[in-house]
Ligand binder design. Structure first.
Ligand code: ACM
Ligand code: ZN
Length: 538
């Protein structure tokens, strides 16, 4: 009798184990987790006879086909598949169907992996692109050579929770070469991010060529040396770098081919030391100024009293708009000390002439004037939450970084918001015990904290919540000196954020994400993403 029970329980345990093993093996491991996914019986076999078929001969299908071919070649060690443009699905094919009548939400897709073939359907190309990203993540990482790739049959219906799914990169504190920026954008697209916030100007370097103002890069992109870590020492080594217009065009095009909008940030009125060093007449005192060699907030800002400041900034914006097709232009607006305006006769005269009550209102007047110019060019401004102080410009969107209060205030006032609070979205913060990590600016934002972020604050009504466009993580590079170090700070945390901004809340669960992201480390190794391993060594 006893033996019988034992046998039955052993059988039960082994049955449970094998069911678990199958479901583990069969789990789709897609990040961000799709809104709806059902695993079906069987497998699709991708062989050298498989073909890619597109529903029309629109050349934009190149953007959708390219990642499949590149993944097969570079990650799976397989030859590219034959491409049939404008055909019908055939046995064993991957069929890419653009159907504007499908009723599928913008950027959404339907993916059916069947034994007989794969169909991805969407009403826009971005949706097809995201369907492909999901399909590729369903391929177990491996070197396939001549063997067939087996993909678990499944039906997925997916679309994003938010329209702004962003990652930022500061190339001012430490310059990052174009090749890395392209790589950064490519990795973003794997996790369905759609907005790259390119922080191009700051106190420690101006990083974008401007035709009308050549000294911005001749002078402003070079600093004489850099503070070493948090010490009192400097490295005695010149740090320089900027993007030519040609390079910017290449980055914008590369991003667009991956359905990513590049939002440029041109800082004003503060964080202006590099610009003022190049053109000292734009500051209150006329200088001399220097491209800063240490970090922080500096008193030298654009003079709000001089007309020449606005002529300069408008000219810069003209060239920026010509390069970046984004709806939003980021005008910075953060951390602008008011001391130089307080002692500047021209700034004080401006306050009087415009009937303003103080320097905060002067900042608001400054931003509103620039907003008017940018709006006339058909674009909108977004700025850090300090632009709320002294009154928000009429059409401005707000990026909430000093916590969420600024985002809440802006949304309640009917302004669009991107949430990027330092508590959860600053990837320059530590992600594990500081003693085990390279020097970082501070903070503590481990993977689970990022994953647990909810971009819509409880304080908002459902009507007000509509103003939350989404969220983004910021990567400031004061203490991040190289591309490898950027990757280390961003991965795997970007995977967690991608799910915050894409997946419906009810489908999110950390332990499940943790299991999936652990499988993604195989991919990171294969592609060569330098990720932080702390979370996987526990
Ligand atoms: C910021 O971190 N200063 C926006
Ligand atoms: Zn002034």
């Amino acid at each position: 009798m006893k033996t019988g029970i034992k046998i039955i329980s052993v059988m039960l345990i082994s049955a449970i184990t094998s069911v678990e093993a199958i479901s583990q093996q069969k789990s789709l491991n897609i990040i961000p987790k799709p809104a709806k996914a059902v695993i079906e019986k069987g497998e699709f076999r991708l062989t050298k006879r498989s073909v890619i078929v597109t529903s029309s001969d629109d050349p934009e299908f190149n953007n959708i086909v390219r990642p499949i071919q590149e993944y097969l070649q570079n990650i799976c060690n397989k030859s590219p598949l034959t491409l049939k443009r404008s055909g019908k699905p055939s046995r064993g094919s991957i069929f890419l169907k653009l159907n504007s009548e499908s009723g599928i939400q913008k950027e959404g897709y339907k993916l059916s992996v069947m034994k007989k073939g794969v169909v991805i359907e969407a009403s826009d190309f971005a949706g097809l692109f995201y369907g492909v990203q999901s399909l590729l993540q369903m391929i177990p990482v491996g070197d396939y050579g001549e063997s067939a790739i087996k993909i678990t049959c499944a039906t997925i219906e997916d679309s994003p929770r938010f329209g702004w799914r962003g990652l930022h990169l500061d190339v001012c504190r430490h310059f990052m070469p174009k090749e890395f920026v392209l790589k950064y954008i490519d990795y973003m697209s794997m996790y369905k991010f759609n907005t790259f916030h390119f922080h191009l100007t700051d106190d420690q370097g101006w990083r974008i060529e401007m035709e009308k103002y050549p000294d911005l890069v001749n002078i402003g992109s070079v600093r004489s040396e850099t503070r070493i870590g948090k010490s009192d020492k400097f490295d005695g080594t010149e740090h320089r770098g900027y993007f030519t217009k040609e390079e910017i065009r290449e980055i914008v095009k590369y991003a667009a081919e991956r359905y990513i909008t590049v939002v440029p940030e041109i800082e004003m009125p503060g964080h202006a030391s590099a610009a003022l060093t190049s053109y000292p007449e734009l500051g209150c005192t006329g200088g001399p100024y220097k491209v800063q060699t240490k970090w922080g907030v500096f008193d030298e800002v654009f003079c709000a009293g001089k007309e020449s400041t606005f002529k300069f900034l408008q000219d810069v914006i003209d060239e920026v708009i010509e390069l970046f097709p984004s709806k939003f232009i980021h005008i910075g607006g953060d951390e602008c000390p008011k001391s130089s305006w307080k002692s500047c006769p021209l700034c004080q005269q401006r306050i009087k002439d415009e009937g303003l009550s103080d320097e905060h209102q002067l900042q608001s007047w400054f931003v509103t004037r620039m907003e008017k110019y940018i709006n006339e060019k058909g674009r909108k401004i977004i700025g850090w939450d300090e632009i709320l102080e002294g009154g928000l410009a009429p059409n401005a969107a707000v990026m909430s970084w000093r916590g969420v209060a600024g985002g809440i205030e802006a949304a309640k006032a009917g302004h669009y918001v991107v949430m990027s609070p330092g508590t959860h979205c600053y990837f320059d913060h530590y992600q594990a015990d500081a003693a085990s990590q390279p020097l970082a600016i501070g903070g503590f934002t481990p993977l689970e904290k990022v994953y647990g972020y909810e971009p819509v604050p409880e304080e908002l009504t459902s009507e007000e919540s509509k103003y939350i466009m989404g969220a983004q993580a910021n990567v400031w590079t004061e203490y991040i000196l190289s591309p490898e170090h950027v990757e280390y700070m961003v991965y795997p945390r970007a995977a967690a954020l991608s799910e915050v901004v894409w997946t419906p809340n009810e489908g999110r669960e950390y332990s499940d994400f943790k299991r999936r992201v652990t499988t993604h480390t195989e991919l990171y190794k294969k592609i060569g993403i330098n990720y932080c391993k702390s979370e996987f060594e526990k």
